[in-house]
Design a protein around this ligand. Structure first.
Ligand code: GLT
Ligand code: MN
Ligand code: MN
Length: 412
């Protein structure tokens, strides 16, 4: 093949994307509660060991591109769109007005707002640092974001505690730090109750997000389960207003089963928001797009969520790879992530109504009819053949994933 000059490369990308086929229309994509973060669309490809590979894009472009792709909802950190120095000042409200106009012009809604409490130098000692002024500043930031959230029409607020942890041991008292962190969440909930009453809107759903390894060496609330314990520990003044935003990869990173973590959150009635992406166990936060690493597990995740009526947002919290250009972010990264999600969601419906899986599951639930359940040999014998169906169900789900249930046959 001859080298392809740069001015012909976008055409190639477009031709190969359309050759892929299988794309949903923007109208179809908008029917799902899929949300697009400002920080994902504007990610410039930089990280600890990486320079930027893409140009900066502002919220006007990000929102317009999401609209073109068919992502109907947008979310943001405060400092993604408002310079830190302007937060809470008049200049903030001018920007918020522009955001409202841009959302309306593109037919998007703001689903969620989140407070950045990890990036700026002020958070070096965490949002629950020793100095009272740092903690007052943290309260100011979360309260301010609740106000902005109501103004933008958001229904959710997310909190990733970021630096809540330590590098060196003994420098912080874990109990004290957790109580101080609770003070910030309490401040957010209390102002939310006031604003919601004035505006005759429901209060926001305040969702905590855990990440096990970064950015501190040791993390005080590393998993969704740790956060459930924190919510139920008595330190929150409004625990009923606080739930979870688990991220698929963050549960996988510590070696957990994301499905089981989600099930525990569902059992607690706290699965309110869900960051969708993919990656590898026991590695850093690679934020790969949904379904590119673990499609079979993702299919099963969506069976679980569909079976138990999850109706919150699916937030595209992935990072378009730094090998992808600004053009590729909107031509490849977002449309393909959305389409894999929709495909897996619809496939989950196939799993749920598949007659083979249904019959196998019903048979296992009915059991073998042992007359005496205190007779261990009888119980084992009664289920011996039925339990082979576990493996058959797993195989059937694989067949659904690759289309064999619809007659796709390879070779032979
Ligand atoms: C940060 C983190 C994400 C969180 C964001 C929400 S911040 O990018 O890595 O997983 O969802 O604050
Ligand atoms: Mn996330
Ligand atoms: Mn992540």
């Amino acid at each position: 093949m001859n080298p392809l000059p740069p001015n012909q490369q976008q055409a190639l990308v477009e031709r190969l994307m359309s050759a892929c086929g299988g794309a949903y229309s923007p109208e179809t994509r908008r029917k799902y509660f899929i949300t697009g973060p400002q920080w994902a669309g504007s990610y410039e490809g930089n990280a600890l060991f990486y320079a930027k590979t893409r140009e900066a894009v502002g919220f006007e472009d990000v929102i317009r591109h999401y609209a073109e792709v068919g992502v109907g909802y947008w979310c943001t950190h405060d400092s993604d769109v408002i310079p830190t120095e302007l937060l809470g000042k008049d200049g903030q409200w001018e920007i918020v007005e522009k955001i409202k106009k841009t959302l309306a012009a593109n037919g998007l809604e703001c689903s969620m707002v989140t407070t950045e409490t990890f990036w700026h130098a002020v958070w070096a000692g965490s949002p629950a640092a020793e100095a009272p002024e740092t903690r007052e500043y943290a309260k100011f930031r979360v309260r301010n974001m609740v106000k902005v959230g109501h103004e933008l029409g958001a229904r959710y607020a997310v909190y990733w505690p970021g630096n809540l942890g330590y590098y060196v041991q003994g420098a912080i008292d874990e109990m004290q730090t957790l109580k101080w962190y609770a003070d910030a969440l309490n401040a957010a909930c209390e102002i939310d109750i006031e604003i919601a009453a004035k505006r005759k809107r429901p209060t926001l759903k305040h969702c905590m997000e855990a990440k096990p390894f970064e950015p501190q060496a040791e993390i005080l609330l590393p998993t969704s389960d740790a956060m459930l314990a924190f919510i139920g520990s008595g330190v929150l003044t409004h625990p009923e207003m606080v739930g979870l935003n688990p991220e698929y990869l963050h549960e996988l990173m510590w070696g957990g089963a994301p499905r089981a973590a989600l099930a525990r959150a569902l059992m607690a009635g706290k699965l309110w928001h869900f960051d969708i992406n993919d990656g590898y166990r026991l590695k850093h936060d690679v934020d790969i797009a949904v379904g590119l690493v673990n499609p079979l597990d993702w299919l099963n995740v969506l069976v679980l969520l569909r079976s138990h009526g999850y109706n919150g947002p699916f937030n595209l919290d992935f990072k378009p790879p730094r090998t992808t250009s600004n053009f590729g972010v909107w031509k490849i990264s977002f449309p393909t992530a959305v389409d894999r999600f929709i495909t897996l969601w619809e496939m989950a419906g196939e799993v749920m109504s598949d007659p083979i899986i249904k019959e196998a599951t019903d048979a296992m639930k009915a059991g073998g009819g042992a007359k005496d359940p205190t007779d261990v040999d009888q119980v084992v014998a009664a289920n011996r053949e039925l339990l082979s169906l576990h493996e058959l169900v797993a195989h059937r789900i694989f067949q659904i994933l690759v289309g064999q249930n619809r007659g796709r046959v390879l070779a032979g």
